[in-house]
Ligand binder design. Structure first.
Ligand code: 2B7
Length: 261
């Protein structure tokens, strides 16, 4: 545990992440394979929210050789400035429970699952280490966390870049999870669904763990319509897929259907 911060705020922070480690099921459902993959969805959902906000249309998920997983987007890059608490905003996102919404303008994006963007600290709490890289169009920044976020590294300026985006790499804590081996097929399946739901988004899933790299690329110009075609590919359709969309009170709906014989 880092010995640097003794103020009231940091005590709350440590208690917060500790609560997640004590009762992981409360935050990710379980500590089996399903819970393990939930960590990936938490981070991917943040990247998707950024894409939904109109920033970045490519998300890459990489299963690394050492057993960690990386998620990379081409959005604006997570905020790296100082938060009003005096901490770096990045440290707040990754060490304060439910930090969601505080950094997004206009209340952030909501979907049927509730407000997104609160999961990064939960993922950090359940990881033996977590590494964050942010490109803000000028600099590449990094921050490293260890031991469930109880060790907080400095914000490091790694160099110059013209790119923007975020990259999060984490190692699930074997002290928490019964199994820590990610499933390429499970992650690919979810990535494909996300690509169907958000037309124009490219989802790339890469597996670097075996001698031969595996890679899936999902991109659907037609979104849900392409999804319906996939669902019905082994049936006899009675007509072209019907699809429509609308918006009311800031809630966007997309529908597609196709009758089969
Ligand atoms: C996590 C919540 C609090 N966030 C931002 C901005 C961009 C952004 C994010 C993200 C996962 C893996 C790589 C907003 C939102 C924090 O506030 S999170 N991009 N990507 C992400 O988590 N990817 C942001 C306004 C202006 N500039 C940046």
């Amino acid at each position: 545990m880092t010995q640097k911060q003794y103020n009231e705020e940091s005590i709350v922070i440590l208690e917060g992440l500790d609560a997640v480690r004590k009762r992981p099921g409360m935050y990710i459902g379980s500590t089996d394979l399903k819970g393990l993959h939930h960590l990936v969805w938490e981070i991917v959902d943040n990247a998707i929210d950024e894409a939904l906000n109109g920033f970045g249309n490519k998300i890459t998920i990489t299963l690394n050789k050492d057993g960690s997983v990386s998620v990379e987007d081409e959005g604006r890059g997570m905020p790296v400035g100082k938060h009003k608490s005096g901490m770096s905003a990045l440290a707040v996102i990754f060490t304060v429970l439910h930090a969601g919404g505080k950094f997004t303008s206009a209340g952030g994006y909501r979907n049927a699952g509730g407000l997104h963007g609160v999961g990064a600290s939960v993922v950090n709490a359940l990881s033996s280490w977590c590494h964050v890289e942010v490109c803000d169009g000028k600099n590449l920044w990094s921050m490293h966390f260890e031991k469930g976020g109880s060790v907080i590294g400095e914000l490091v300026k790694e160099g110059n870049t013209k790119k923007t985006g975020s990259k999060v790499t984490f190692m699930p804590d074997p002290a928490i999870f019964k199994q820590t081996k990610f499933s390429f097929s499970k992650i690919s399946e979810r990535a494909q669904e996300d690509a169907f739901l958000l037309k124009g988004l490219t989802m790339i899933v890469r597996d670097l763990r075996s001698r031969e790299t595996r890679e899936h690329v999902y991109f659907y110009e037609d979104g849900l319509k392409a999804f319906i075609e996939e669902v019905n590919k082994d049936h006899t359709p009675m007509h072209e897929p019907v699809s429509f969309s609308g918006e009311s009170s800031g809630i966007r709906i997309e529908c597609a259907f196709q009758y089969t014989d």
